[in-house]
Design a protein around this ligand. Structure first.
Ligand SMILES: [Zn+2]
Ligand SMILES: [Zn+2]
Ligand SMILES: [Zn+2]
Length: 259
């Protein structure tokens, strides 16, 4: 049986929680579960250490969890809360003397190239730049070292984005619509991480009610919500959720078997 360790690095929406300058009860809450870095997850299994998205809080997340190298970064989409930490991959380049493979759809990688022009223009730089290796993916399964990864096509508003399934773990952040064919890819999942931004509906994210309905339709062993805004107080929202549906929080970890 192959083991898989999963760590929620961040469970917060694009501005994080607390949001700078905000006096609301969630931003002022003393509950550590109301402190949310930008959304990201780390998976260690087989010969692979896999990061999903380089969040704006990437450096802090690597330090907190004492992660010392990566074998792959999988990108869900190019929104800046999911990519801005990319420049900090330099420390692993430097210390471990290898480039880091990035995996994303063509549109995602084009936007990453545009935002981080200096990292890809092959001009000699006076200071260090990240060493990266771009791998384009679509909806077809691929391998990271000895680990099979299944992309899950999703919609984030009108934008096509990817979720990922590794073994019986699935990660679907930044989603407001799941195409019918993608439900097949989510069958028999033990742990599902799913976007649930806030109580009120939003054009590009599931609300809590919508995410509960999706979670019940997918019927994973357990579902944890992520990408949570400062309108959601952890203890209050958690108490109101149905069985086997929870809010994720930063530092939450799971040990699963991969087969
Ligand atoms: Zn986001
Ligand atoms: Zn607030
Ligand atoms: Zn997004």
């Amino acid at each position: 049986m192959k083991r898989m360790e999963i760590i929620i690095l961040g469970s917060g929406t694009s501005m994080g929680v607390p949001m700078a300058g905000c006096d609301c009860r969630v931003c002022q809450s003393s509950d550590p579960k109301d402190k949310r870095l930008r959304t990201s997850v780390f998976i260690r299994t087989g010969n692979a250490r896999i990061l999903i998205d380089t969040s704006a809080d990437y450096r802090q997340q690597m330090l907190r969890e004492n992660i010392r190298d990566l074998d792959a970064v999988l990108y869900t989409h190019h929104h800046v809360d999911h990519i801005l930490g990319m420049d900090d991959l330099r420390s692993f380049n430097l210390l471990n003397r290898h480039s880091i493979p990035l995996y994303g759809m063509a549109e995602t990688m084009e936007n990453i190239r545009r935002v981080f022009t200096y990292a890809f223009n092959n001009e000699k730089q006076a200071s260090s730049i990240p060493m990266l290796e771009i791998n384009l993916i679509n909806d077809q399964p691929f391998q990271v070292a000895d680990v099979p990864v299944i992309p899950i096509p999703l919609f984030h508003g009108k934008m096509p984005v990817l979720g990922f399934r590794i073994g019986n773990f699935a990660y679907c952040t930044d989603v407001s619509f799941i195409p019918e064919t993608s439900y097949d890819l989510l069958k028999n999942v033990d742990v599902l991480i799913l976007d649930a931004l806030r109580y009120r509906p939003h054009p590009t994210h599931f609300s809590i009610d919508e995410a509960v309905a999706e979670a019940q339709k997918i019927a994973a062993g357990k579902t944890y919500f992520t990408h949570i805004s400062h309108q959601v107080l952890h203890a209050e929202a958690e108490a109101a959720l149905p069985e086997n549906i929870h809010l994720a929080y930063d530092g939450l970890r799971f040990n699963l078997s991969r087969d």
